[in-house]
Design a protein around this ligand. Structure first.
Ligand code: NAD
Ligand code: ZN
Length: 265
């Protein structure tokens, strides 16, 4: 494997001429249900869209957070170095939103799918912890966890679920400034997590790509990786993405409605 590209690299040719996603017709559903039944090894890549129906705003797409905020002002090491107070206030606000959210039927169906599958890996770009709450077990968090905080000096990290935070910005016991344990734009992904994600996609017979715009790299590289290995790839998204044209089946609609229909839960 080559060097790990920094997170947040944006795909330059976003879906300019996307073909329309196929509608959810019974034949499409039946096809995917058969693929699930035949697969011993399934990988799933989720993005912000799977939590949209839980009330957690996405970054892009309708109602996306980036319409009101510029990521480069908030989710970068440079922004944090410049103004940790502002960055922490933004995270404190997002933690408040996420704290009110509950897993939806999309998260729940994926937890059920894990129970029914011999080898199952859930790779998520989300930091909201809703997959854990739904009962998923084998989760790889590519971009960290909004409930984890870590020291900028001594590498200590800890969980803090308080909303709002007692002190903004929070500090470590050692007296240094603490930061969210989240992968910011321009930072490398945790190496172990990224190689395990690649391995699980390489060995999967079926990959679901759910609620991700496919514009944030290196996470989006997992999709071509599966296609190269000739795994079946199924996308679930109400909008078209750069992948829609190339996947084996693009199901257009909200994950919380489509996933339960694929599993009869
Ligand atoms: P994104 O915001 O770029 O894209 C969201 C995608 O979800 C869009 O393609 C949209 O069409 C789709 N979508 C919207 N509603 C949906 C639904 N009901 N069902 C299925 N799909 C739906 O998100 P991304 O691709 O995950 O990438 C951006 C980054 O955003 C990631 O790094 C992630 O860490 C971060 N993020 C995380 C959260 C979270 O933890 N919940 C929220 C916002 C952003
Ligand atoms: Zn410390």
């Amino acid at each position: 494997m080559g060097s790990i590209p920094p997170a947040g690299t944006i795909h330059s040719k976003s879906a300019v001429y996307p073909p329309p996603n196929q509608p959810l017709v019974p034949e499409e559903t039946a096809k995917v249900r058969n693929w699930i039944a035949d697969a011993d090894s399934i990988a799933v890549l989720t993005g912000a869209g799977i939590s949209a129906e839980s009330g957690v705003p996405t970054f892009r797409g309708g109602g996306g957070l980036w319409r009101n905020f510029r990521p480069e002002d908030l989710a970068t090491p440079q922004a944090f170095a410049r103004d940790p107070q502002v960055v922490w206030e933004w995270y404190d606000w997002r933690r408040g939103l996420v704290a009110k959210a509950r897993p939806n039927r999309g998260h729940q169906t994926l937890a059920e799918l894990e129970k029914r599958t011999t080898k199952f890996t859930l790779i998520t770009q989300n930091v909201d912890g809703l997959h854990d709450l739904a009962g998923s077990k084998n989760i790889l968090k590519l971009h960290g966890d909004i409930w984890q905080i870590r020291c900028t000096r001594c590498e200590k990290s800890w969980q803090d679920r308080s909303v709002p935070l007692e002190k903004v910005p929070p500090q470590c016991d050692c007296g240094a400034l603490a930061r969210p344990d989240i992968v910011w734009f321009g930072e490398p992904l945790p190496a172990g997590v990224w190689s395990r994600a690649r391995q699980s996609v390489q060995s999967a017979q079926l990959l679901f790509v759910i609620g991700t715009s496919g514009l944030v790299y290196p996470a989006a590289n997992l999709v071509p990786l599966a296609l190269e290995r000739r795994a079946k790839v199924v996308e679930i998204n109400p909008e078209t993405t750069p992948f829609s044209e190339n996947v084996d089946c693009a199901l257009s609609g909200p994950a919380g409605e489509i996933l339960p229909r694929l599993l009869s839960v």
